[in-house]
Design a protein around this ligand. Structure first.
Ligand SMILES: [Mg+2]
Length: 272
């Protein structure tokens, strides 16, 4: 491959650039070398616990200087998408403060959750145009019921991401996918839109942010069924790193073929 065919790299984070709270070997050097070559970098995450500033700060702390503008999260993508397609929807958000703040930042109408916490002031489901499901460690019966009633009355059904669990130090905890499935089961409906990986929306946003067509971008990640699958579908170059979830023997059975398979991220410099 000629070096000038790729001008932007989109990195998955966990398992690709770092594991938990430590940079993977070579990651800081690779990113600084790519920047030196004039590559534009984007960092994407489905993980909904933090905002874009926090990811940029973490990357910077781990030796990979990054700005919030270079970080794309599933909540950010959903906010941008709704801002462009249906900015007047009144949103009922099952989610934590970061998600609510991210959606509000795009000028969207996020219904006041405090009303919903007062038993005398339950949000009227008829006033809800769309339910947004995100990671929420304060999920309770009231929220589930409000979302259920709104969905039964025809509200749209959106989600930031569909991961069933969220990896944490010491073990995984339930994520938005668990709530989506609960609501799908009780309403008989299917979620209409998922902003995060492996949805094409997140890479569409990444290539727009880079200002590059998909064929001049490369998606680099450790999970073949999300990172690589969506990269291939978006028409991007792809590189799978074997430092995270996917093992080499799983590539064939996945039915997805990465353009490059790298033992470590340092090998990336040899292929672009
Ligand atoms: Mg990963």
């Amino acid at each position: 491959m000629k070096k000038n065919q790729i001008n932007g790299i989109i990195f998955d984070l966990d398992g690709t650039l770092y594991l938990g709270d430590a940079a993977l070997p070579g990651a800081p050097k690779v990113c600084s070398e790519l920047r030196r070559q004039g590559m534009r970098l984007i960092f994407v995450s489905n993980k909904p616990l933090d905002g874009r500033e926090a990811y940029a700060a973490k990357l910077t702390r781990l030796g990979i200087p990054a700005t919030p503008d270079e970080v794309i999260t599933s909540a950010h993508v959903l906010g941008l998408h709704l801002k462009h397609t249906s900015p007047a929807l009144r949103l009922y958000v099952i989610g934590e403060e970061n998600t609510r703040a991210e959606l509000s930042r795009h000028g969207l109408i996020v219904l006041d959750e405090r009303l919903d916490q007062d038993p005398r002031e339950v949000i009227d489901p008829r006033g809800i145009d769309a339910v947004v499901v995100a990671f929420d460690r304060t999920l309770d019966y009231r929220k589930l019921n409000t979302a259920y009633q709104a969905l039964m009355q025809g509200a749209h059904f959106y989600a930031t991401n569909a991961d069933k669990t969220c990896p944490m130090p010491g073990g995984a905890i339930p994520d938005a996918g668990a709530t989506i499935q609960a609501l799908e089961t009780i309403t008989g409906r299917k979620v209409e839109l998922i902003a995060g990986k492996p949805s094409g929306l997140i890479l569409k946003q990444a290539s727009e942010t880079l200002g590059l067509p998909p064929d001049r971008c490369m998606m680099v990640g450790d999970r073949i069924e999300t990172d690589i699958c969506m990269g291939v579908e978006a028409g991007m170059h792809t590189a799978l790193v074997l430092t995270g979830v996917t093992r080499r023997e799983e590539i064939e059975e996945s039915g997805v073929q990465p353009e490059f398979v790298l033992e470590t991220l340092s090998d990336l410099l040899d292929v672009i």
